[in-house]
Design a protein around this ligand. Sequence first.
Ligand code: DLL
Length: 446
Amino acid sequence: MTQTAAPESPRTSASGPAILDAEETMSRDQIEALQLTRLQETLAYAYSRVPLYQRKFDEAGVHPSDLTELGDLAKFPFTTKEDLRQEYPFGMFAVPMDQVARIHASSGTTGRPTVVGYTKQDLDNWATLVARCLRASGVRPGMKVHNAYGYGLFTGGLGAHGGAEKLGATVIPMSGGQTEKQIQLIGDFAPDAILCTPTYLLTIGDAMIHKGLDPRATSLKYAVLGAEPWTQEMRHELEEMFGIKACDIYGLSEVMGPGVAGESVETQDGSHIWEDHFRPEIVDPFDLTQTKADGETGELVFTSLTKQALPIIRYRTKDLTTLQPGSTRPGHRRMGRISGRSDDMIILRGVNLFPSQIEEIALRIPELSPHFQLEITRPHRMDELTVKIEPREGTTPEQRASAAVSLRQQIKIHIGSSCRIDVVEPGSLERSNGKLRRIYDLRNRA
Ligand code: DLL
């Protein structure tokens, strides 16, 4: 009897080599040629369809036809979160509402939320770019992906979901929170990869250990982590804890959502920005007219090249980083880790301080977690810093007390600032979409 072989399913290539999009393998020259055409189209499109851009370009005395080379972009005005807030809710949309397929919004803990929209084509491009990131980070068609980014108005959950589906993975749409249930489903469904914030993966790992489970014994092999800054120390800790490879994924709602840039598992050398869809620049946050060269630190600025519903021109991310030449995707530049936000730098009694420095120190003290908040007050005439930090689950009061002493000493030695340490209960600091607000600067009100 002859047997007909079953048709090969595209979902059987879990261990096969990655098949890249044509744009991923373009040379730098090809990318820049594509960027120039797309930039000219985007500027003309935004100017003719969004009153705010028309007003801002006119005020700055520039016209889309002034862009004849990529460097001309520096003549155009910046866009800020404040612009989106002022045009709340839909004033920056460039298409009629019947062409908007989806709306997302920032959590808006202070003031109005920022609202973003997508056409069907935008959603398709977004899924393509997230799929690229996941594939670069080791995820393959046919793998099971546990998605613990929050679903809802936040772009993390649905953005990651669309990319994982587009890649041909099996998505488990768990969303954030319910740590007990996360642990159960990771055990029962045996996912290959997990998508969530780095601090939430740590919370899951700590909770497993607290229950007597070994995170290294799970089926997980890859983690694709982002939505908040994280350090190399955190990567090492999570990779050791779970026996996985952890890669970065970067993005922001105003520019698209997750998937603006993603890291390659074989090099783990920073996220490649998908430059066929976004033109990045680095500018001096204190003198915005100064564009920085590759390798120099400054604020990351993005212009979208293909977006229909919400074209975004020179959006100031406030994220501080560098641009470097591409490695595994040579036509696309890589971003360094985000060292901080230009609005997150604390000047404490004249010393510049970023939350990432505290994270690095906290991770070297085994009894402490990197879940912390910095509170700055000025009760008399001097600034005072209080670090509120959660200890690891299962630590004793004595261990917590001695960890607080070590943390205070290490901050004094490495940063030069004296501070108070307040070790709070595990899980007690407030989170939004799995992210902790790091800084509470109460100096003006104190
Ligand atoms: O956090 C989108 C996202 C979701 C990215 C899931 C990655 C994974 P927003 O809520 O608009 O969007 O927050 C954007 O988060 O400007 C950065 O300050 C920070 N951020 C995002 N990804 C990273 C990362 C999403 N990989 C803001 N490293 C950005 C450091 C990140 N910071």
